[in-house]
Every structure is written in structure tokens, then in C-alpha cells.
Design a protein around this ligand. Structure first.
Ligand SMILES: CC(C)(COP(=O)(O)OP(=O)(O)OC[C@H]1O[C@@H](n2cnc3c(N)ncnc32)[C@H](O)[C@@H]1OP(=O)(O)O)[C@@H](O)C(=O)NCCC(=O)NCCS
Length: 196
């Protein structure tokens, strides 16, 4: 990412937050941003079931396995007033460049030194939506993985979410090979190594 693109994205985030009446910084007063604790896997699985229909949701087994084995890429926003997870973003690292559905099912595919991160779910509970929380979670995740020297983040999403991820700096690569949940998915990627 060029310095110019980073500055533009930061300004967009700030503007969006101010527009909603949640000035920049307020999310950090209300939420703790940290990796999941392995014992919180079940809680995250319940959130996944609230956020996604049954055909799209990852199972409790998949989520708990990721929370236990890949907690360094399972990033959460925890409501400081309740100590409970309000939203999260999780993924696994790999040297592969393109998404395949096995990444959802097998946390054993995680390669800690992998150059790329395949994102497997962005979830925000309904009562916390519309406040810029997803955007902030993604922003922090991107920043951290850039610092960790990753090359690219990849995700799949339905057509209706393409614009949302474009606003977060992702590029639409067209229709994915994924057939997850019997639906058609777009593959989107975000370079981290200074190529964009
Ligand atoms: C999608 C989801 C993560 C958004 O969380 P959120 O905290 O409300 O999102 P934010 O407030 O950070 O919004 C970020 C931007 O995305 C847009 N956006 C949010 N929800 C959206 C939706 N459902 N469809 C399209 N765009 C959306 C917002 O308008 C906002 O853009 P703006 O800053 O220009 O106004 C949340 O609604 C959710 O968990 N949904 C169910 C699970 C899901 O669909 N996850 C993504 C699947 S790939």
C-alpha cells in the first residue's frame, strides 16, 4: 500500500466515524482489541451462528479449532463493560494465493510463516453494528499483518458486500472457486507489501 492510499483510508475512516457520531478514539474507550483466548471459541461460535445463516456459518468445531490453534490470527473486539466479544475477524496463514473452501474446514492448513492470510469470517453482533466496529477491526488487522510482513489478505464475500470491502481497501478479483453454502462468492484481496 502506498503512503497516499493509507492516508486516504485513514481519512475515510475518520470521516465515517464522525458521520455516525462516534468520534475516532471512542471505539478504543469502549472495546478492547486483542486476540481470542482459546476458551472463548464457543462464544465466538455462537456469534457466528447469529451473524450467518446455517448454510454459511462455520461450525462450532471449526471456530473452536481455529481459536485454539490459530489464535494469533483470530482478532476480537471485546466490550469492556461486559467482558464479552462484540465482533471478530479470523483467518489462517498460507503461501497459497487463492481461496479454497478447505481453509474453512481445516485449521491444520495454517502455516504460521505463510505469506498470505485467508480471512474466514468478519462478524459483528447486531447490537454493535453501524458504529464502524467492523471497519476498525479490519483496519487493525491489516496494520498488524503488514507489520508481521505478510504479503496479501484474501477473502470471499457475496456480491452485496463487495462495496463494503472495497471501502476497506480490498480489490474485487471476480467470482471465486468457492461454493461454500451453495452460493456464488467474490474473491477479494488486499496487498500489504507496498505494491498498492
Ligand atoms: C457486515 C458486518 C461485519 C458490518 O459490521 P459493522 O460494524 O456494522 O460495519 P461498519 O459499521 O464498520 O461499516 C463499515 C462500512 O461497511 C458498510 N456496511 C456495513 N454493513 C454492511 C452490509 N451489511 N452490507 C453492505 N455494506 C455494509 C457500512 O455502510 C460502512 O461504510 P461507510 O463507512 O461508508 O458508512 C456486520 O453487519 C455483520 O456481522 N454482518 C453479518 C456477517 C457478515 O455478513 N459478515 C461479512 C461477510 S463476508
Amino acid at each position: 500500500m502506498t503512503e497516499k492510499k493509507a492516508v486516504v483510508e485513514a481519512a475515510q475512516r475518520e470521516e465515517a466515524m464522525n458521520k455516525r457520531g462516534f468520534p475516532a478514539g471512542s471505539l478504543h474507550e469502549r472495546f478492547e482489541f486483542r486476540n481470542i483466548f482459546p476458551e472463548e471459541g464457543k462464544q465466538a461460535a455462537e456469534i457466528e451462528n447469529i451473524c450467518f445463516p446455517p448454510n454459511e456459518a462455520c461450525s462450532e468445531r471449526m471456530i473452536c479449532e481455529r481459536a485454539a490453534k490459530v489464535s494469533e490470527l483470530f482478532f476480537t473486539a471485546v466490550d469492556k463493560s461486559t467482558g464479552k466479544i462484540a465482533g471478530f475477524l479470523n483467518g489462517i496463514a498460507t503461501d497459497e494465493q487463492s481461496f479454497r473452501d478447505e481453509f474453512f474446514k481445516d485449521a491444520g492448513l495454517h502455516n504460521p510463516k505463510g505469506r498470505n492470510v485467508m480471512l474466514l469470517g468478519l462478524d459483528v453482533l447486531p447490537q454493535y453494528r453501524g458504529q464502524g466496529l467492523a471497519r476498525e477491526i479490519m483496519h487493525q488487522y491489516l496494520h498488524r499483518e503488514r507489520e508481521n510482513g505478510r504479503y496479501m489478505l484474501v477473502l470471499t464475500c457475496l456480491e452485496e458486500k463487495v462495496q463494503m470491502y472495497q471501502k476497506m481497501g480490498f480489490d474485487d478479483q471476480g467470482i471465486s472457486n468457492s461454493t461454500w453454502g451453495g452460493e456464488q462468492w467474490h474473491e477479494m484481496s488486499h496487498m500489504l507489501d507496498g505494491r498498492q
